[in-house]
Design a protein. Structure first.
Length: 471
């Protein structure tokens, strides 16, 4: 009765094998635990039957052995199946580890998207490093978490591209992305035309192109500055060949007239001993011919000085360094209004400044821009109505557009493209003084800020000058 039976040996051996399997494969799981528990329960049932003394040991052994003998092979088969599965799982995990190592070793950031809803299924380590997220924060999230909320980069536009890729189209495009700290930066996205599986998952390879965009921006800025310099050079050449030529011709011509008058004066002086006889001729020569010539020479010299001084003023704008900063435009326009208080009061003008959006600019130069625009509104006011000037702003995606509106005499549309030219005046012979440089300098300043300026106006209907600047 005390001898170890065959069933005892089988049970002990089975438990030992199961324990070895558990130690060798810690994650064997429910299947292996089921085998161990089943074998232990069978031993308890067998011991219980013996304790109850239903029959002799030999008979008991034969009965139970028949019962257990039919079940043990199934347990053994299941045990070996579980062990085989664990070997496969270990192999898969090893493959998955190699895959993750390759996946993370890729230099580019990689997203795996669900084409149905844009959900992020998986990402690699370079993506986490680039965007500043943790793995659990990004996987399962909507892709808009790493994109901006601008209309140009909306959810609908992105989903359209993802579905195009899921349909087999390979796409390469630029996108404005957003990091976890809110910082925006440009990326190039390559949506693969090959699916990962039949569920329509697509791969998005993302490359940071911020440096490239910055270089392109600098290049565009340099090209714009070069074009501006060419325009300035053409303006200077035009002034040199036309505006400067006219006063020089006058000086040369009347200088010749003056020389003739001097010769005539000398002839008269030496022609008679009694100068009283030629007094009238001398007075006519001095008061008329010589005085008139000197007057024209002085006027031409003054014009020449103004032109040269104007050219120097315009050239200094290009050489003056700009200190850009985020500027409170309400404060800046308040300073302008205070400085022009006398002119506004003297002209009976009403200046209304709305709540203005801020922009990035050089405060000193932008003060000059708005001072000039408001001063022009005062100079070209209508005599038929009280002058009213309003300054408003409108925020766009990356710019702020300011509008200086007046109800003055207006500008004929045929002159809109000319008013920003060097020394151009709408009424050169009119009563309003000016050198035709104000709007030229204003445009130079605005363009140097990476902005733009234009006018909308018609004769007798007032003018609206628009200044667009970076936000």
């Amino acid at each position: 009765m005390t001898m170890i039976s065959y069933l005892d040996l089988v049970t002990i051996f089975s438990v030992l094998v199961a324990l070895v399997a558990v130690l060798r494969f810690p994650s064997t799981g429910t299947g292996l635990r089921f085998v161990v528990v089943g074998l232990l329960l069978s031993k308890l049932v067998y011991a219980g039957l013996l304790y109850a003394k239903y029959a002799y040991a030999s008979t008991e052994f034969e009965v139970i052995e028949d019962f257990i003998g039919a079940i043990i092979p199934m347990w053994w088969a299941f045990l070996f199946y579980v062990l085989f599965q664990q070997v496969n799982i270990k192999s898969l995990r090893k493959s998955d580890k190699s895959y993750r190592e390759i996946f993370n070793a890729t230099g580019d950031a990689i997203f795996i998207h669900d084409a149905a809803n844009g959900c992020i299924i998986d990402v690699n380590q370079p993506m986490l490093d680039l965007y500043g997220y943790k793995y659990e924060e990004i996987v399962g999230a909507d892709f808009t978490k790493v994109s901006t909320d601008d209309s140009e980069f909306s959810y609908d536009r992105a989903m359209k591209k993802i579905r195009q890729a899921a349909a087999g189209e390979r796409l390469v495009f630029e996108w404005l992305a957003q990091k976890s700290n809110g910082e925006r930066f440009w990326v190039e996205v390559i949506l693969s035309d090959s699916r990962i599986d039949s569920k329509g998952r697509v791969i998005a390879v993302v490359r940071d192109i911020s440096l490239r965009k910055e270089i392109e921006s600098q290049r565009e800025k340099l090209l714009k500055e070069l074009a501006q310099k060419n325009d300035e050079l053409e303006s200077i050449l035009y002034v040199s060949s036309h505006d400067l030529k006219s006063p020089l011709v006058n000086i040369q011509g009347f200088g010749g007239e003056l020389e003739i008058s001097f010769k005539e004066l000398l002839r008269l002086l030496h022609s008679q001993e009694d100068l009283s006889l030629v007094k009238d001729e001398l007075e006519s020569c001095i008061k008329n011919d010589m005085a008139q010539a000197i007057q024209f020479i002085e006027a031409s010299s003054e014009k020449l000085y103004q032109l040269i001084d104007g050219l120097l003023r315009v050239s200094r704008i290009s050489k003056t360094s700009s200190t850009l900063s985020d500027t409170n435009m309400n404060k800046l326009l308040s300073v302008v209004a205070d400085a022009m208080a006398y002119q506004l009061q003297d002209s009976g003008a009403e200046l209304e400044i709305s709540d203005l959006a801020n922009c990035r600019c050089d405060e000193v130069q932008m003060n000059q821009v708005f001072t000039n625009l408001i001063n022009n509104a005062i100079k070209y006011r209508s005599p038929d109505r009280a002058l009213k000037i309003t300054v408003t702003s409108k925020v766009m995606d990356s710019t702020v557009t300011y509008c200086v509106k007046d109800n003055g005499i207006g500008i004929n549309p045929s002159h809109h493209h000319k008013i920003f030219e060097l020394f151009h005046r709408l009424d050169p012979d009119g009563e309003i003084a000016g050198d035709g440089l104000g709007l030229t300098i204003v445009k130079r300043i605005v363009v140097r800020h990476g902005g733009n300026i234009w006018v909308e106006s018609d004769s007798g209907e007032g003018s609206r000058f628009y200044v667009s600047l970076p936000r």
